[in-house]
Design a protein around this ligand. Structure first.
Ligand code: GRG
Length: 296
C-alpha cells in the first residue's frame, strides 16, 4: 500500500516535469536569454513537492481534470521564481541550486531577475486561465488569484524573506524564526494546498482543514531543510552546504534533536487535522511521512 502511494506521488511529480516546459515560451523565441533562463530555472531537477500537494489535494476531493496539472505547474513556477531571487548575490549569494549553477551564475544577474519575474507573471496568467477553465461553483478565478497573491506578497514569501534578511542573530528567537519560515516557506505550501482544494470546489470547512495541514507541513519542511543543511552533503542536497552557517536556524536554536522533535510535532498536527477525511487522506499522510524522513 505504502509503496503504491509513494509510486503515485512520484508519478504526479513526473506529470509535472513533463508539463512544465510546455507552459513557458520556447527558448528559441525572443528574448531568448530570458526564455532560456526561465526554462533553466523551472526545469532543473527539483522535488516538485508543492505541485504534487496541489494535485493530491484536488484528487482527494474528486477533481481529476487535466486543468489541475497546469494549476500545479503555476505553483511550481512561483517556487522557481522565488529560488532565483533567493540565490541572488543581494540575498543568499548562492552558487549551487538543484545540483547546477544558480540561474544568475549561469545567465547573469540581469537576465536572472527578468526570468524570475517572467516566471511569476506566467504563473498568474496560468492561474487565471485555469480558474476560467474550471468553472467552479464555490470559488471564482479571483479567489485563486487572491490566494496566490497573498501567499507571495509582503504578508507571505516577501514578508518572510524580508525579515530573514534584516534579522541579526541576536534578534532571533523561536517566535521570529517561526514567523520568517511560516511566511518564507510555509505560505507557498499553504497556497499549493488551497489551490488544490479550490480547484476541486471543496467545501469551506475542507478548505480550512487543508490549510491547517499545509501550514504545518510547510513549517516542518523548512525545519527538515535546516536539518539537511547541517546533516547532509552538498551532493545530497544539490545546494551549497552550510549555507546557513551565519544564520539563526531551528537547528541552532533547538539543537538537532530539538529541531527533529518540533518537526515531528508539526507533522503530527498536520496529520491530525486530516482525521475527518479518513483513509482518503492517505496520500497526504504519505507526504507528511516523506517530510519527516528528510530530517533524519
Ligand atoms: C516574489 C516569488 C517572490 C519571492 C520573493 C526571495 C523570496 C521573496 C522568498 C524566498 C523564498 C524561498 C526560496 C524559501 C526557501 C524555501 C525552501 C525550503 C526551498 C527549498 O525547497 P525544495 O527543497 O526545493 O522543495 P526543490 O529544489 O526540491 O524544488
Amino acid at each position: 500500500m505504502k509503496s503504491g502511494l509513494a509510486g503515485r506521488l512520484a508519478q504526479l511529480g513526473r506529470a509535472v516535469e513533463g508539463r512544465l516546459p510546455q507552459l513557458v515560451p520556447p527558448a528559441a523565441e525572443r528574448p531568448e536569454s530570458v526564455h532560456r533562463a526561465m526554462l533553466y530555472a523551472l526545469t532543473s531537477p527539483g522535488k516538485r513537492l508543492r505541485p504534487i500537494l496541489t494535485l493530491v489535494v484536488a484528487e482527494l476531493f474528486g477533481q481529476t481534470s487535466p486543468v489541475v496539472l497546469d494549476l500545479a505547474c503555476a505553483v511550481e513556477m512561483v517556487h522557481a521564481s522565488s529560488l532565483v531571487l533567493d540565490d541572488l548575490p543581494c540575498m543568499d549569494d548562492a552558487s549551487l541550486r538543484r545540483g547546477r549553477a544558480t540561474t544568475h551564475r549561469e545567465f547573469g544577474e540581469d537576465v536572472a531577475l527578468l526570468a524570475s519575474f517572467g516566471l511569476l507573471n506566467r504563473a498568474f496568467a496560468l492561474v487565471a486561465a485555469c480558474g476560467q477553465r474550471l468553472q467552479l461553483r464555490r470559488y471564482g478565478t479571483e479567489d485563486m488569484v487572491h490566494h496566490l497573491a497573498a501567499a507571495i506578497g509582503s504578508g507571505g514569501l516577501i514578508g518572510g524573506q524580508a525579515l530573514d534578511l534584516e534579522s541579526r542573530p541576536e534578534d532571533l528567537d523561536l517566535e521570529r524564526l517561526e514567523y520568517i519560515h511560516s511566511h518564507k516557506t510555509g505560505a507557498l505550501f499553504l497556497a499549493a494546498g488551497e489551490l488544490g482544494a479550490m480547484a476541486a470546489d471543496a467545501r469551506r470547512r475542507n478548505l480550512e482543514m487543508i490549510s491547517r495541514y499545509a501550514k504545518n507541513l510547510g513549517l516542518a519542511f523548512q525545519i527538515s531543510d535546516d536539518l539537511l543543511d547541517v546533516l547532509a552533503t552538498s551532493e545530497e542536497t544539490g545546494k551549497d552546504s552550510h549555507q546557513d552557517d551565519d544564520k539563526v536556524t531551528f537547528v541552532k536554536l533547538l539543537g538537532v534533536e530539538g529541531a527533529q522533535h518540533l518537526a515531528e510535532e508539526l507533522l503530527a498536527f498536520a496529520v491530525e487535522s486530516l482525521e475527518p477525511l479518513g483513509r482518503k487522506a492517505e496520500p497526504l499522510r504519505q507526504l507528511a511521512l516523506f517530510v519527516g524522513q528528510r530530517g533524519h
